[in-house]
Design a protein around this ligand. Structure first.
Ligand SMILES: NC(=O)C1=CN([C@@H]2O[C@H](COP(=O)(O)OP(=O)(O)OC[C@H]3O[C@@H](n4cnc5c(N)ncnc54)[C@H](OP(=O)(O)O)[C@@H]3O)[C@@H](O)[C@H]2O)C=CC1
Ligand SMILES: O=C1O[C@H](COP(=O)(O)O)[C@@H](O)[C@H](O)[C@H]1O
Length: 490
């Protein structure tokens, strides 16, 4: 569907996210020919720069992040000619005049306000836009994470933004939903007859969802140390992945059909009590070690990190969903920084065969599993048992692999590219609804409260490993292993 002409207003247009992700994403869509010729990107910051000065900054700060081979002096010049810079102090209603003058007021023009600023500014920005008459029925607002730090603050964001924008105008970003494989998971589950009959407690033994990073906190310690892995990754990205795996088939891909189905999962997650929480959740913090052979410091020795920080950089948990489909099926969730590898994957393990008809015991059969790889190499892998060639009947594990890059040679889209296009098209399916956001926080809140009252520190783990040994023990208690632990040694 072709885009109609638009003004995309980036509050935080001078910030790190805009420079590293948002502007490069818009560039890629521009060189693909998706942007209407007169579409514009209005970048907002407090500094009193001219557009020309700002474009100089974009040249030096954003352009190096563009991986697209189509970046040439011509394509870059065309892209930057779309950029307009406006100086606004988001907290000062009178400073919005410059923005009002920069925006076009034409019938049929899409206007999107992307709030890539600290969330404490969301309410003020919305109020000031309204006070300056800049919110029309056609306007849309995009909210970047963090969308709250607990249930109360998430409700506050929903309430305050909701006083200015209708729910149908609000796009809450979770960039994991923009990843290609997440949408492929929808295709796998609901575009094939094969899986749905098996996608339930009778046939699935457990599900593992891992997002592991080699990176540390980088220069985001100020934010990260007040957040931690539970708020930064699990409450949003991991729970969204869990929802897509576990949801009932929606009637269509219409936004509310999908969002209702995800909400149902969030509301069916078994609540933790102080006892079950202690048994089923492991938190860790990285210590000095080696990642890719390079020495890396301890979390507490990162620049500006508090020496006594108790912020978790790793969390692993066993979650359960109280529904007929999933009762008794453990969902193991895990995320961490400075881990042994950088990957995101979902592993759906099926049950063991009930009886072996071959000359080998049932225990020698590796249960089937489906590995859904989000990154780095996107694809699907189905693990099966197959006969080894030759005489006799000996079965061994084998793999059926679908590598998305190899199979579909079309260029891939970065998550932000897809999500920005969806916003500009008015397509809400891949964005969280307000009640979903609150349901996720509601489930996470008892964990946060418990940790706040508990003065024990997270378990230390060496950088470059898979986290504290207790994470292996957590899954080991159920007679299982994390996928990389179960893989044969090279
Ligand atoms: N960086 C990342 O990778 C990610 C960031 N986010 C979130 O996005 C948001 C922005 O992050 P990031 O870009 O890293 O942060 P930065 O600190 O790099 O940028 C903050 C931006 O907000 C603007 N800003 C701050 N206060 C005001 C104000 N009063 N009026 C107008 N503009 C203001 C700054 O403009 P100026 O200083 O020019 O006035 C700047 O453009 C944060 O909430 C962050 O958590 C989410 C996911 C990833
Ligand atoms: O939202 C966030 O995600 C990134 C990881 O995203 P990815 O797409 O690179 O896997 C994480 O590093 C960051 O801490 C978090 O805020």
């Amino acid at each position: 569907m072709a885009l109609t002409d638009f003004d995309l207003v980036l509050f935080g247009g001078s910030g790190d996210l805009a420079m590293r992700k948002l502007l490069p994403a818009m560039f890629s869509r521009d060189v693909c020919g998706d942007l209407p010729p007169t579409a514009r990107i209005v970048c907002v910051g407090r500094h009193d720069n001219t557009t020309e000065e700002f474009i100089e900054t974009v040249n030096s700060t954003s352009r190096p992040h563009i991986k697209n081979p189509k970046v040439t002096p011509e394509t870059w010049a065309r892209f930057t000619s779309r950029i307009v810079y406006v100086s606004v102090d988001a907290t000062d209603a009178s400073s919005y005049q410059g923005l009002a003058q920069a925006l076009r007021d034409e019938p049929g023009l899409t206007r999107v306000y992307y709030l890539a600023t600290p969330p404490a500014l969301f309410a003020q920005i919305c109020d000031n836009l309204k006070e300056n008459g800049l919110v029309t029925r056609e306007s849309r607002v995009v909210l970047e994470k963090p969308l709250g730090r607990d249930l109360e603050s998430a409700k506050q964001i929903n309430r305050e933004v909701g006083e200015v924008f209708e729910e149908s105008q609000i796009y809450r970003i979770d960039h994991y939903l923009g990843k290609e494989t997440v949408q492929n998971l929808l295709a796998l589950r609901f575009g094939n007859i094969l899986f749905e009959p098996l996608w339930r407690r009778e046939w699935i033994s457990d599900v593992q969802i891992t997002i592991a990073e080699k990176l540390g906190v980088g220069n985001r310690i100020g934010y990260y140390d007040t957040s931690g892995a539970l708020r930064d990754m699990l409450q949003n990205h991991l729970l969204q992945l869990l929802c897509i795996v576990a949801m009932e088939p929606p009637a269509s891909t219409a936004p509310d059909a999908v969002r209702d189905a995800k909400l149902q999962v969030l509301r069916s997650l078994k609540r933790f009590t102080p006892t079950t929480l202690a048994q089923n959740i492991v938190r860790g913090q990285y210590r000095a070690g080696h990642v890719d052979g390079q020495p890396v410091p301890s979390y507490r020795d990162e620049p500006e990190a508090p020496q006594n920080s108790r912020t978790e950089t790793f969390v692993a948990m066993k979650a359960e969903i109280d529904t007929w489909r999933w009762a008794g099926v453990p969902f193991y969730l895990r995320t961490g920084k400075r881990m042994a590898d950088g990957l995101a994957e979902i592993v759906v393990r099926f049950k063991q065969i009930p009886h072996s008809i071959f000359q080998q015991p049932t225990s020698s059969f590796q249960p089937n599993s489906l590995v859904i790889r989000l990154q780095p190499d996107e694809g699907l892998r189905m693990n099966l048992m197959a006969k080894t060639p030759g005489e006799g009947m000996r079965l061994k594990p084998a793999e059926l692999e679908l590598d998305f890059r190899e199979t579909f040679k079309t260029p891939r889209m970065d998550a932000y590219e897809r999500l920005l296009l969806d916003v500009l098209r008015g397509q809400l399916t891949l964005f969280m609804r307000g009640d979903e956001l609150e349901a996720a926080w509601e489930w996470v809140e008892p964990i946060l409260n418990n940790w706040e009252q508990d003065d024990t520190a997270p378990l230390p783990y060496t950088s470059g490993t898979w986290g504290p040994a207790a994470a292996s023990a957590l899954i080991g208690r159920d007679g299982l292993q994390w996928r990389e632990e179960a893989l044969p040694e090279d």
